[in-house]
Design a protein around this ligand. Structure first.
Ligand SMILES: Cc1cc2nc3c(=O)[nH]c(=O)nc-3n(C[C@H](O)[C@H](O)[C@H](O)COP(=O)(O)O)c2cc1C
Length: 218
């Protein structure tokens, strides 16, 4: 078995020093998230808005996948997907979920936990409307997470839809839309030397509550 440590060793990667100090952080975690996202964009990390979404349905078994963050505000962190997908089904059964960002070049991680809600349909309509024509066709053609007999079936379906909907306005399918995760826990993790990393947590007891800030052992 090949050790991952050996593969990575010698890549010359050095941890970012410079830490996360209580005296420098804002009272609102969204301000810190925005700053870190901007820094990830400036640092040209690959897909800075890619995040891991963890869900677990009624059986309590977790599943994970990457989705893209499209917006964030006081309400929550927004992503779009097929509402009948595996994640959609699991979120219907249990709307507790987690999001994790990792920006390798900055040696940073952000972890969020909270409840997930569907975006109002008007907002999903507006977002769907500005998507490219081909992406709309793909959203219509894909029964995300269902078993697909073969690739040809999907490609035929796309071709049929393209012919049928050429020059037509494509409405958002009812099973495609946005979710937002409303966080009650946001942890900012800054990697530091000798594994003495900084972990600053913002936690609140209810959606309208004030954020409490604490530091965790690395
Ligand atoms: C970089 C990246 C970005 C992705 N963005 C999305 C996204 O925004 N929405 C989405 O539904 N799937 C996205 N996917 C695909 C998902 O990871 C996943 O395969 C799909 O949503 C089905 O997941 P599920 O079967 O657990 O529901 C992305 C995958 C990658 C690798």
């Amino acid at each position: 078995m090949k050790s991952v440590h050996e593969i990575i060793a010698g890549s010359g990667e050095e941890y970012i020093s410079g830490g996360l100090n209580e005296k420098d952080i804002p009272a609102d975690p969204l301000d810190l998230f925005e700053k870190w996202l901007e820094e990830a964009v400036k640092r040209k990390t690959g897909l800075p808005n890619a995040m891991h979404l963890s869900t677990a349905g009624a059986d309590g078994r977790p599943s994970g996948r990457i989705v893209l963050l499209k917006e964030f505000d006081k309400r929550g962190f927004v992503f779009y997907t097929n509402l009948d997908s595996r994640k959609g089904v699991e979120l219907k059964e249990n709307n507790h979920a987690a999001l994790t960002f990792f920006w390798n070049e900055l040696f940073r991680q952000v972890r969020l936990e909270g409840r997930v809600f569907e975006l109002p349909s008007g907002e999903s309509d507006s977002y769907f409307a500005i998507r490219p024509h081909d992406s709309k066709i793909s959203a219509l053609a894909s029964e995300q997470s269902r078993i697909l007999k073969n690739r040809e079936t999907l490609e035929n379906r796309v071709r049929e839809l393209e012919n049928k909907l050429k020059d037509k306005i494509i409405e958002r399918p009812a099973n495609w839309g946005g979710y937002y995760l409303s966080p009650s826990y946001i942890e900012f993790w800054q990697g530091r030397t000798h594994r003495l990393h900084d972990r600053i947590v913002y936690r609140r007891d209810d959606i309208k509550g004030k954020w409490n800030i604490m530091r965790l052992y690395p």
